[in-house]
Design a protein. Sequence first.
Length: 60
Amino acid sequence: MAVTAHFETLARTLAAEQGRSGLRLIVLPFSLHTLPEEEVRAHARALFPRLLENLGATIS
């Protein structure tokens, strides 16, 4: 799951309440809509490999 830092605590709480306390989160900075486009793209490029890993996907 990907969430912004603003919602990290909520996401972890909801996951734990549903028996998924080990849910792997990708935490993005808050708030993305105030950042310049290039900075948002840099965050996306940096976190994309972890997102794929969490999903069990690979790029060949």
